[in-house]
Write a protein that binds this ligand. Structure first.
Ligand code: NAD
Ligand code: TYD
Length: 360
């Protein structure tokens, strides 16, 4: 039975990936999920898998070399899928240090532990061991509104402390592949959306605020463009790259789904109006009047867009969920999981929200 070590599996994409993998492979695989449970990690995301015999949770920091090495020593790990990271650009602008620690040092610790466990005496690696580093298209910088795309060959040009830390971690993975022949892949994905996303990111924040009749903060002119991918398609892409991709390669994963932020907000409002029943008191709260233009994000990247040609040609992956369908599924999930949203927005979130939005 193949054993996966997933880092950051209690977060948004990691938990969706774990659900996807158990749906696909059921009892054919074993998953060990290592997560520090920061503000973004939530074991409620994994409530329906926690009792499986082939699932184990370990609370640990990826920067804790002895904890990570112990997991490798006690388990014959076949696959590492490394999600654990600080992931929010706005937080990185306020407090970059933890981004360097977790994203750069944490990746180095994961690489060293896997290398130590997988390297043979002659310096080659054991058969069929693979490390996948989950990264972002933000490492490529920002595009103009001109129809151009990020490709795997696009030079790195990160602008935010978040993207700079992810770029650094990508370079570390590349250096291990080039120096040691370490068996890895890197995937650089566009903006994800879907169930279990923490409401600091645009889509769940807008859904939650709209349902409470709170202001919908739009940074700058609202015309910045992101390429949105339904999270389950990302999970599938990661699995396909690890099983069908060429080792040592980078694959960009994107939705072919570019939208201006303001378009996303209009779509959420319209979809909420459509999906809420007439007798639901929240229906009267949801309105375009809530849209509030606020101060722009510092260094705000204009546009991200991926042409996922390489992954389509080599791996056979393509984005399956169109935005109209994906956003309905997402909103339906938030309707059905009001308690989840109430839990994550109580306590520290209120303070975060006040701090982040007070001067905007
Ligand atoms: P998230 O913030 O929702 O989850 C991050 C998870 O990592 C949390 O469970 C958190 O507890 C855990 N974590 C943080 N620091 C840790 C540490 N030191 N040790 C162990 N665990 C730690 O993030 P996400 O949106 O699910 O992103 C996952 C990965 O995908 C990240 O590497 C991110 O850069 C990348 N990515 C995200 C997007 C996106 O749109 N969200 C797009 C492309 C790539
Ligand atoms: P976000 O979800 O933070 O993802 P990223 O910065 O990694 O792309 O933001 C998506 C876009 O939405 C980005 O252009 C910033 C913008 N945005 C707002 O306009 N208002 C908000 O409250 C947030 C959180 C984001």
């Amino acid at each position: 039975m193949r054993t996966y070590l997933v880092t950051g599996g209690a977060g948004f994409i990691g938990s969706n990936y774990i659900h996807y993998m158990f749906r696909k492979y059921d009892n054919e695989i074993r998953i060990i999920n290592v997560d520090k449970l920061t503000y973004a990690g939530n074991l409620a995301n994994l409530a329906d898998v926690e009792n499986r015999d082939n699932y184990t949770f370990v609370k640990a920091d990826v920067c804790d070399s002895s904890a990570i090495r112990k997991i490798f020593a006690e388990n014959d790990i076949d696959r590492v899928v490394h999600f654990a990271a600080e992931s929010h650009v706005d937080r990185s602008i306020k407090d970059p240090e933890v981004f360097v620690r977790t994203n750069v040092l944490g990746t180095l610790v994961m690489l060293n532990a896997a290398k130590e466990a997988w390297e043979k005496e002659d310096g080659t690696f054991k058969e069929n061991k693979k490390f996948l580093h989950v990264s972002t298209d933000e490492v490529y910088g920002s595009l103009d509104y001109d129809g151009s795309y990020f490709y795997e060959t696009t030079p790195y040009d990160p602008h935010s402390p978040y993207s700079a830390s992810k770029a650094s971690s990508d370079f570390l993975v590349k250096s291990y592949m080039d120096t040691y022949g370490f068996p890895a892949n890197i995937t650089n994905c566009s903006n994800n959306y879907g169930p279990y996303q923490f409401p600091e990111k645009l889509i769940p924040l807008i859904i939650n605020n709209a349902l409470h009749g709170k202001k919908l903060p739009v940074y700058g002119d609202g015309k910045n463009v992101r390429d949105w991918l339904y999270v389950e398609d990302h999970a599938k892409g990661i699995d396909m790259v690890q099983e069908k991709g060429r080792l040592f390669e980078t694959y960009n994963i994107g939705g072919h789904n570019e939208k201006q932020n303001i378009e996303i907000i209009y779509t959420i409002i319209d979809t909420l109006q459509e999906m809420l029943s007439d007798d639901d008191p929240r229906k009267a709260l949801v309105s375009r009047d809530l849209i509030t233009y606020v101060a722009d994000r510092k260094g705000h990247d204009k546009r991200y867009a991926i042409a996922p040609d390489k992954i389509k040609e080599e791996v056979g992956w393509y984005p399956e969920t169109c935005f109209a369908e994906g956003i309905k599924k997402t909103i339906k999930w938030y309707f059905e999981n009001e308690d989840w949203m109430n839990n994550v927005t109580s306590g520290d979130y209120q303070k975060y929200y006040e701090d982040m939005y007070k001067n905007r």
